[in-house]
Design a protein around this ligand. Structure first.
Ligand code: FUB
Length: 327
């Protein structure tokens, strides 16, 4: 029997879930999470602990309705280019087709981003035979703008390999960026009309401080690490992301979906567990933050659970910082 959902409680407890990307499809909340697997293998900065193999899609009729697991929607054995680690996905809808975007390591161990399609938001999804040409790294987030143009945001440091692409090619032993130089940002690429390829070469997004200077690589409390999400509020584009090593969810705003963005502040203080990853969605007349923590496993990094909480704006458009265990 599925339990009724409550704010800041695990949405499901029969499987471990993480990285919730949420969309309103067919008037319901559809949640596209990673599916964490239990194991006793190593936990390291390379992300070897995240051994995910498939996706289960969840849905809720409302925020206080039971959360339904629609079962396995895609497995790595059915994706020809994947070797392992199907990490944080996202979804989009266009012209009667639902798209599942997902990162995974290819046969050379390099993270790429693939697409799968379905007629149903809960799947099952059928993967394209190859990854998106020109894609790399992890954590895809798709944003379809009011004018119909679609953008794919992605990228993650360390296990996500973003820093290994600084030269434009994959360099396995690439040095980290200088701490006194500009931080790496997420990548954005506009998608083709069928959402299966990039229209042009993707480019790195610049995130600036209040003086208009790029955030520095050593500014770990504010610089980009992984988990980008894009939403629009009052005509501004809000780019939110995880700071990784400092465990915050933060955001920056721009008038242009490709930036540059100006850093604004924190959305979520650190949660139980190393990673923090989220999405922001409007449902009916309220806004919600979907996020994960490791509370369901007592703090094991790779045994996480997805949750939600209400997100509130101030009158000037800034977001009120959420303290997840004080509500
Ligand atoms: O779930 C695997 C990785 O952990 C994701 O890709 C990151 O965003 C972090 O949540």
């Amino acid at each position: 029997m599925n339990q009724f959902s409550k704010p800041n409680e695990p949405l499901v407890t029969h499987i471990y879930t993480a990285d919730p990307s949420v969309h309103v499809f067919e008037d319901k909340l559809y949640i596209y999470p990673s599916h964490d697997l239990d194991h006793n293998g190593p936990d390291n900065d390379n992300g070897d602990q995240y051994k995910m193999e498939d996706y289960h899609i969840l849905s809720m009729d409302d925020v206080n309705s039971p959360c339904i697991d629609h079962g396995e929607a895609l497995h790595q054995k059915d994706v020809p280019w994947v070797s392992k680690q199907m990490w944080a996905p996202d979804a989009a809808y266009k012209n009667g087709i639902y798209y599942l975007f997902f990162p995974a390591r290819d046969k050379d161990g390099i993270f790429r981003i693939g697409v799968a399609t379905s007629k149903n938001p809960a799947g099952p999804f059928t993967a394209e035979p190859n990854y998106i040409p020109g894609s790399h790294s992890i954590d895809p987030a798709v944003f379809v703008d009011e004018d119909g143009r679609a953008y794919l945001y992605y990228g993650g440091l360390w296990g996500g390999q973003l820093e290994k692409w600084q030269s434009g090619e994959f360099v396995p032993n690439e040095a980290d960026p200088d701490v006194n130089g500009p931080a790496l940002g997420p990548i954005v690429g506009e998608l083709s009309d069928d959402l299966l390829t990039f229209k042009n070469d993707p480019q790195m997004i610049s995130i600036l401080d209040e003086e208009g200077k790029p955030l520095l690589a050593g500014d770990e409390a504010r610089r980009y690490f992984e988990g980008p999400w894009m939403h629009k509020y009052n005509g501004y584009y809000y780019l939110s992301y995880s700071t990784g090593s400092t465990h915050y969810l933060v955001y920056a705003i721009s008038k242009d979906p490709k930036g540059p963005f100006t850093y604004q502040g924190r959305i979520l203080e650190p949660v139980i567990g190393w990673t923090t990853h989220h999405s922001i969605v409007q449902f009916k007349d309220k806004w919600y933050l979907f996020y994960h923590d490791s509370s369901l496993s007592g703090g094991v990094n790779h045994k996480r659970c997805v949750k939600y909480t209400e997100l509130k704006y101030n009158v000037d458009g800034t977001i009120q910082t959420i303290r997840p265990y004080e509500q």
